[in-house]
Design a protein. Structure first.
Length: 255
Protein backbone atom coordinates (compact mmCIF):
# COMPACT_ATOMS: atom_id res chain seq x y z
CA UNK A 1 0.00 0.00 0.00
CA UNK A 2 1.57 3.30 -1.01
CA UNK A 3 -1.15 5.95 -0.94
CA UNK A 4 -2.03 8.18 2.03
CA UNK A 5 -5.56 8.57 0.63
CA UNK A 6 -6.26 5.08 1.94
CA UNK A 7 -5.38 6.11 5.50
CA UNK A 8 -7.91 8.02 7.64
CA UNK A 9 -6.70 11.29 9.17
CA UNK A 10 -5.09 10.56 12.56
CA UNK A 11 -6.42 7.01 12.33
CA UNK A 12 -3.01 5.54 13.20
CA UNK A 13 -0.18 6.22 15.63
CA UNK A 14 3.30 6.08 14.12
CA UNK A 15 5.78 4.04 16.18
CA UNK A 16 9.12 5.40 15.02
CA UNK A 17 12.44 3.55 15.20
CA UNK A 18 14.39 6.80 15.17
CA UNK A 19 18.03 5.63 15.26
CA UNK A 20 18.39 5.62 11.49
CA UNK A 21 16.96 9.13 11.19
CA UNK A 22 20.04 10.38 13.02
CA UNK A 23 22.50 8.34 10.95
CA UNK A 24 20.94 9.61 7.72
CA UNK A 25 21.53 13.25 8.71
CA UNK A 26 24.65 13.37 10.90
CA UNK A 27 27.08 13.76 7.99
CA UNK A 28 25.57 17.08 6.89
CA UNK A 29 27.98 20.03 6.73
CA UNK A 30 26.34 21.95 9.59
CA UNK A 31 24.12 21.22 12.57
CA UNK A 32 21.43 23.49 11.10
CA UNK A 33 21.37 21.49 7.85
CA UNK A 34 21.15 18.24 9.80
CA UNK A 35 18.26 19.50 11.95
CA UNK A 36 16.46 20.71 8.84
CA UNK A 37 16.90 17.28 7.25
CA UNK A 38 15.68 15.55 10.42
CA UNK A 39 12.58 17.73 10.61
CA UNK A 40 11.92 17.23 6.90
CA UNK A 41 12.06 13.46 7.32
CA UNK A 42 9.62 13.64 10.23
CA UNK A 43 7.33 15.88 8.19
CA UNK A 44 7.39 13.51 5.22
CA UNK A 45 6.82 10.41 7.37
CA UNK A 46 3.83 11.77 9.28
CA UNK A 47 2.36 13.32 6.14
CA UNK A 48 2.51 10.04 4.25
CA UNK A 49 0.97 8.21 7.20
CA UNK A 50 -1.67 10.97 7.40
CA UNK A 51 -1.30 11.46 11.13
CA UNK A 52 0.02 13.93 13.68
CA UNK A 53 0.22 11.27 16.42
CA UNK A 54 3.40 9.33 17.07
CA UNK A 55 5.81 7.84 19.59
CA UNK A 56 9.52 7.81 18.83
CA UNK A 57 12.22 5.57 20.24
CA UNK A 58 16.00 5.78 20.51
CA UNK A 59 18.72 3.37 21.59
CA UNK A 60 20.44 4.55 24.76
CA UNK A 61 23.76 2.90 25.55
CA UNK A 62 24.45 -0.82 25.34
CA UNK A 63 21.51 -3.20 25.26
CA UNK A 64 21.16 -6.55 27.05
CA UNK A 65 22.40 -8.44 23.97
CA UNK A 66 25.99 -7.38 24.70
CA UNK A 67 25.76 -9.51 27.85
CA UNK A 68 24.49 -12.49 25.86
CA UNK A 69 27.75 -12.52 23.88
CA UNK A 70 30.75 -10.23 23.73
CA UNK A 71 30.83 -10.50 19.93
CA UNK A 72 27.45 -8.80 19.37
CA UNK A 73 27.88 -6.02 16.78
CA UNK A 74 31.67 -6.39 16.99
CA UNK A 75 31.87 -5.78 13.24
CA UNK A 76 30.53 -2.23 13.78
CA UNK A 77 33.37 -1.12 16.04
CA UNK A 78 35.20 1.90 14.69
CA UNK A 79 35.41 5.62 15.26
CA UNK A 80 33.41 7.13 18.13
CA UNK A 81 30.19 8.88 17.16
CA UNK A 82 30.67 12.58 16.36
CA UNK A 83 29.21 15.25 18.67
CA UNK A 84 26.47 16.01 16.13
CA UNK A 85 25.06 12.51 16.67
CA UNK A 86 24.28 13.33 20.29
CA UNK A 87 23.04 16.81 19.41
CA UNK A 88 20.54 15.38 16.91
CA UNK A 89 19.42 12.76 19.42
CA UNK A 90 18.75 15.54 21.91
CA UNK A 91 16.82 17.45 19.23
CA UNK A 92 14.50 14.45 18.83
CA UNK A 93 14.04 14.22 22.58
CA UNK A 94 13.35 17.91 23.11
CA UNK A 95 11.21 18.60 20.04
CA UNK A 96 9.42 15.30 19.50
CA UNK A 97 9.37 13.69 22.96
CA UNK A 98 11.32 10.65 21.81
CA UNK A 99 12.61 8.30 24.50
CA UNK A 100 15.22 5.64 25.08
CA UNK A 101 15.23 2.95 27.77
CA UNK A 102 18.52 1.71 29.18
CA UNK A 103 19.42 -1.90 28.15
CA UNK A 104 16.90 -1.93 25.26
CA UNK A 105 17.33 -1.08 21.60
CA UNK A 106 14.89 1.15 19.76
CA UNK A 107 13.95 -2.00 17.79
CA UNK A 108 12.73 -3.70 20.98
CA UNK A 109 10.70 -0.68 22.08
CA UNK A 110 8.97 -0.36 18.72
CA UNK A 111 8.30 -4.11 18.68
CA UNK A 112 6.97 -4.22 22.25
CA UNK A 113 4.56 -1.33 21.83
CA UNK A 114 3.41 -2.55 18.42
CA UNK A 115 2.34 -5.83 20.01
CA UNK A 116 0.92 -4.47 23.28
CA UNK A 117 -0.66 -1.13 22.35
CA UNK A 118 -4.42 -0.77 22.00
CA UNK A 119 -3.88 1.88 19.30
CA UNK A 120 -3.86 1.18 15.59
CA UNK A 121 -0.21 1.65 14.70
CA UNK A 122 2.13 2.03 11.76
CA UNK A 123 5.67 0.89 12.50
CA UNK A 124 8.11 3.32 10.87
CA UNK A 125 11.59 1.93 10.29
CA UNK A 126 14.03 0.99 7.51
CA UNK A 127 15.39 -1.91 9.59
CA UNK A 128 14.60 -5.34 8.15
CA UNK A 129 14.36 -6.88 11.64
CA UNK A 130 11.62 -4.44 12.60
CA UNK A 131 9.87 -4.51 9.22
CA UNK A 132 9.57 -8.29 9.12
CA UNK A 133 9.34 -9.36 12.79
CA UNK A 134 6.54 -6.96 13.77
CA UNK A 135 3.08 -7.92 12.57
CA UNK A 136 0.98 -5.19 10.96
CA UNK A 137 1.37 -2.09 8.83
CA UNK A 138 4.81 -0.59 8.24
CA UNK A 139 6.30 2.48 6.62
CA UNK A 140 9.88 2.15 5.43
CA UNK A 141 11.14 5.73 5.66
CA UNK A 142 14.26 4.94 3.66
CA UNK A 143 12.34 3.81 0.58
CA UNK A 144 9.08 5.73 1.28
CA UNK A 145 7.10 2.51 0.90
CA UNK A 146 4.27 0.92 2.88
CA UNK A 147 4.11 -2.80 3.51
CA UNK A 148 2.13 -5.22 5.63
CA UNK A 149 3.67 -8.10 7.59
CA UNK A 150 1.37 -11.02 8.39
CA UNK A 151 1.74 -13.29 11.45
CA UNK A 152 3.03 -16.04 9.15
CA UNK A 153 5.57 -13.66 7.57
CA UNK A 154 6.84 -12.59 11.00
CA UNK A 155 7.09 -16.15 12.30
CA UNK A 156 9.07 -17.40 9.31
CA UNK A 157 11.38 -14.37 9.28
CA UNK A 158 12.24 -14.87 12.96
CA UNK A 159 13.15 -18.54 12.48
CA UNK A 160 14.99 -17.77 9.28
CA UNK A 161 17.16 -15.39 11.30
CA UNK A 162 17.73 -18.03 13.95
CA UNK A 163 18.98 -20.41 11.25
CA UNK A 164 21.12 -18.00 9.22
CA UNK A 165 22.06 -15.40 11.83
CA UNK A 166 22.65 -11.74 10.94
CA UNK A 167 26.04 -10.74 9.55
CA UNK A 168 25.30 -7.02 10.05
CA UNK A 169 25.08 -7.57 13.82
CA UNK A 170 27.81 -10.25 13.85
CA UNK A 171 25.39 -13.07 14.74
CA UNK A 172 26.77 -16.21 13.08
CA UNK A 173 23.80 -18.62 12.98
CA UNK A 174 24.49 -22.00 11.39
CA UNK A 175 27.74 -22.14 9.38
CA UNK A 176 27.12 -22.20 5.64
CA UNK A 177 23.41 -21.39 5.98
CA UNK A 178 22.30 -18.22 4.24
CA UNK A 179 19.12 -16.65 2.95
CA UNK A 180 18.51 -19.18 0.17
CA UNK A 181 19.00 -22.30 2.28
CA UNK A 182 16.99 -21.05 5.26
CA UNK A 183 14.16 -19.88 2.98
CA UNK A 184 14.02 -23.27 1.26
CA UNK A 185 13.94 -25.08 4.60
CA UNK A 186 11.02 -23.01 5.86
CA UNK A 187 9.05 -22.46 2.64
CA UNK A 188 6.49 -25.21 3.18
CA UNK A 189 6.74 -25.48 6.96
CA UNK A 190 3.66 -24.41 8.93
CA UNK A 191 4.45 -25.54 12.49
CA UNK A 192 7.17 -26.63 14.95
CA UNK A 193 9.68 -24.06 13.70
CA UNK A 194 11.43 -24.15 17.07
CA UNK A 195 11.88 -27.93 16.98
CA UNK A 196 13.15 -27.83 13.42
CA UNK A 197 15.72 -25.11 14.13
CA UNK A 198 16.87 -26.77 17.34
CA UNK A 199 17.38 -30.06 15.50
CA UNK A 200 19.58 -28.30 12.93
CA UNK A 201 21.73 -26.77 15.68
CA UNK A 202 22.14 -30.09 17.49
CA UNK A 203 23.02 -31.85 14.22
CA UNK A 204 25.71 -29.25 13.54
CA UNK A 205 27.21 -28.69 16.99
CA UNK A 206 26.19 -31.69 19.09
CA UNK A 207 23.73 -31.75 21.97
CA UNK A 208 25.37 -29.44 24.52
CA UNK A 209 26.90 -26.84 22.18
CA UNK A 210 23.88 -27.02 19.89
CA UNK A 211 21.45 -26.22 22.71
CA UNK A 212 23.69 -23.37 23.92
CA UNK A 213 24.20 -21.79 20.49
CA UNK A 214 20.51 -22.15 19.60
CA UNK A 215 19.46 -20.37 22.79
CA UNK A 216 22.08 -17.66 22.34
CA UNK A 217 21.15 -16.98 18.71
CA UNK A 218 17.45 -16.81 19.52
CA UNK A 219 18.02 -14.21 22.25
CA UNK A 220 20.13 -12.12 19.86
CA UNK A 221 17.72 -12.01 16.92
CA UNK A 222 14.37 -12.01 18.73
CA UNK A 223 12.75 -8.58 19.19
CA UNK A 224 11.01 -8.35 22.56
CA UNK A 225 7.24 -8.18 22.29
CA UNK A 226 5.60 -9.07 25.62
CA UNK A 227 5.87 -7.93 29.23
CA UNK A 228 7.29 -11.37 30.02
CA UNK A 229 10.04 -10.79 27.42
CA UNK A 230 10.91 -7.41 28.94
CA UNK A 231 11.07 -8.72 32.51
CA UNK A 232 13.14 -11.73 31.46
CA UNK A 233 15.83 -9.60 29.81
CA UNK A 234 15.76 -6.40 31.90
CA UNK A 235 13.82 -7.11 35.14
CA UNK A 236 12.04 -3.76 34.75
CA UNK A 237 8.51 -3.27 33.33
CA UNK A 238 8.03 -0.63 30.65
CA UNK A 239 5.71 2.37 31.13
CA UNK A 240 2.45 2.67 29.17
CA UNK A 241 2.82 4.05 25.65
CA UNK A 242 2.94 7.85 25.65
CA UNK A 243 1.60 9.40 22.46
CA UNK A 244 3.08 12.67 21.19
CA UNK A 245 1.39 15.06 18.79
CA UNK A 246 2.73 17.80 16.60
CA UNK A 247 2.38 21.23 18.14
CA UNK A 248 0.28 23.81 16.28
CA UNK A 249 3.53 25.67 15.56
CA UNK A 250 5.11 22.55 14.02
CA UNK A 251 2.04 21.83 11.89
CA UNK A 252 1.87 25.45 10.73
CA UNK A 253 5.58 25.57 9.86
CA UNK A 254 5.19 22.41 7.78
CA UNK A 255 2.23 23.63 5.73
Amino acid sequence: MGSVERLPKDGYVCLIDADSLIYYEMDKATYEEAVYGLDKRMQDMLSRCNTSRFAGFLTDGRCFRYKVTGTYKNSRKGKPKPPIFYALKEHLRQNYGMIGISTLEADDLVSYYSYTSDFKTIVCSPDKDVLYQCVGMHYNYRTSEFLHTTPDDALKFLWKQVLMGDSVDNIPGLPGVGDKTSSNWLRNRTKDFEGFALKKYVEKFGMVDGLFKFHETFRLVYLLRTEEDILRETSKPLPPLQISSLTPQQEESWM
